[in-house]
Design a protein. Sequence first.
Length: 318
Amino acid sequence: MTHKNLKLGIIMDPIESIKIKKDSSFAMLLAAQRKQWQIYYIRQSDLFLQDEQVFAYSARLQVEDNPEKWFSLYSTEQINLADLDVILMRKDPPFDMEYIYTSYLLEQVEKSGVLIVNRPASLRDANEKLFALQFPQCCTNTLVTRHPGKLRDFIHEQADVILKPLDGMGGESIFRVTPTDANLSVIIETITRHGTKTIMAQKYIPQITEGDKRILLINGEPVPYSLARIPALGETRGNLAAGGQGIGMPLTDREQWICQQVGPRLREMGLIFVGIDVIGDYLTEVNVTSPTCIRELDKQFGVDIGMQLMDCIESLCQ
């Protein structure tokens, strides 16, 4: 039996501050509204647990693809999250303790049969940088450490290296270094906070000039196009947030192979909407918290990824 009118909750950053032209949560909301689902807007701060039940102060939400007025909120009421059919956890990083506490509350809701996209335990388990290393056949040479000496040795061995924090997003605090870099010591001190913070070092992949490609997977199945985020001139990072340009292109054979390696594991973990990052032949990240690029791919290829996701959610809620 098909669900005619699902109740969908979305936990997200303040809707008044999003940029609808590139906001994937907004694309999802437009699709849910076209299905005539009831949409409940929830801020992270509005969640609370009492007597084993999780509640939220929530407002009914309507959206409109209009850059002047893209949302309307109706009277706020207290709802029991167990009464919803599905909850989209779309709060952007930082992945801090508040994020983890929210995942514990959502895990409590999940016990009552509500579908959480993505599964709360898997959000905690799949660090976006480290999780990629569970697919070593897809990855380049990598070191994870906070030890300055180990980092120096790796940089000397590999000659050209990217250093990045394990909790960053949007290209934040990413450094490209070589053994002769005059600032190498201060970069290592800064990014590891004098050896107190674990980071990732990866061999530099020259194909970054052709783009850091974002590939979206819905329940383990890839959308057939990637968004190649091409770095701005003189920039190492392809992230759109760092000034990269997004150009859509069909998946290559190698990218489809990487998706085949990763997809079944994502499905098994309840990671229903995921964005993987591929540079050249290598998987670099698995983004599970609030992956983006729906709007850009929809526009360039005339697809409707938000609706594909809602169709998938509907089938999982049968």
